[in-house]
Ligand binder design. Structure first.
Ligand code: ADE
Ligand code: ZN
Length: 322
């Protein structure tokens, strides 16, 4: 079985960040928005560093305006993921980008996204669930509005709350109210930490937000006590090696700490984050890891089992798909 054919579980994929450049260009054309500055000559997204990446990301997202636009995006994402052997994925969805974190607008976007996801499930068998995503650099007040959207739509399909955005702004604990609201609504919790913030940011995620998964989390490797804490609490890392290399966190995949963390006993999983931004796919990630660390099919089966166990879906869905 090739790496492409291997059934995969992806826990960390940003809905907007998975937008094919061709779709964003088409929407820009339809809406008469000039986005020429955000693309490279060969058609990819152009950015110089993490801050610039977030700006380009938001510029691309500016043409995703209506529920129908998000439905088209959902169809494109799930076709691409399914072609990579993904059988189950959780995507980060931001109410801020879907009607400005207003609950009734959010419901309309969600209905369109869910309908597209249901069609993709019928056509390709791929199952998707949503994680509502406050954007950290939009601040704690907007995070509360996003968490309210999450709480109001919590259920079989909206399964979690997971903060993204610029981790260097403020502290994880500034968002505790939003996370508490989501927890009380029965949602499962994750947050970006230990990507552009160091180990302290991961400690805060664990202690102040009480998350059970962490987006990236790789800089935990810099603090041996923290590594032991992640193991003791059975916290799963949503590791995105290609993203980390593309954004300059590590000079090359061979310098990435995923193997060190795994070998220490941390629950690690592999995802793509924003695949077209980083010229990657889940199969490509597996091939890179196989080459860098001599991992084979059995290593990836274990990673996928870890991901299946850490998925936020209900047990019925886990048994049906994973
Ligand atoms: N949003 C999309 N990709 C992200 C990343 N790698 N870190 C933080 N926020 C993001
Ligand atoms: Zn991410």
């Amino acid at each position: 079985m090739t790496f492409q054919e291997l059934p995969k579980v992806e826990l960390h994929l940003h809905h907007e960040g998975a937008a094919p450049p061709e779709l964003i260009k088409q929407l820009a054309f339809e809406k008469k928005v000039d986005l020429s500055g955000i693309f490279t000559d060969d058609g990819g997204y152009a950015f110089q560093n993490f801050t610039h990446f977030l700006q380009v990301y938001e510029a691309a997202t500016s043409v995703l305006q209506t529920p129908e636009d998000f439905a088209r995006l959902t169809t494109a994402i799930l076709e691409n993921s399914s072609a990579q052997g993904v059988v189950y994925c959780e995507t980060f969805l931001s109410p801020d980008f879907c009607g400005g974190a207003d609950v009734s607008a959010w419901r309309e976007y969600l209905a369109a996204i869910q309908e597209a996801a249901d069609q993709a499930e019928s056509a390709h068998g791929i199952v998707m669930r949503g994680i509502v995503t406050p954007i950290r650099h939009f601040g704690p007040e907007r995070a509360k509005a996003a968490a309210l959207c999450a709480a109001e739509t919590a259920g079989d399909w909206i399964v979690g709350l997971g903060m993204g955005g610029d981790e260097t702004q403020g502290h994880q604990g500034d968002f505790a109210y939003a996370f508490d609201m989501a927890r009380e609504a029965g949602l499962r919790l994750t947050t970006h930490a230990g990507e552009f913030g160091g180990p302290q940011s991961v400690w805060e995620a664990v202690n102040d937000l009480r998350v059970e998964r962490i987006g990236h989390g790789v800089r935990a490797v810099e603090d041996p006590k923290l590594v032991q804490e992640l193991i003791a609490r059975q916290i799963t890392l949503e590791v995105c090696p290609g993203s980390n290399v593309a954004l300059g966190l590590y000079p090359a995949i061979t310098a990435h700490p995923i193997a060190t963390l795994r070998d220490a006993g941390v629950n690690v999983t592999v995802s793509t984050d924003d695949p077209p931004f980083f010229h990657t796919s889940l199969t490509q990630e597996y091939e890179n890891l196989a080459q860098a660390f001599a991992w084979g099919a059995d290593d990836f089966r274990v990673l996928n089992k870890t991901a299946a166990n850490a998925a936020f879906c209900d047990e019925k869905t886990r048994e049906r798909v994973l």
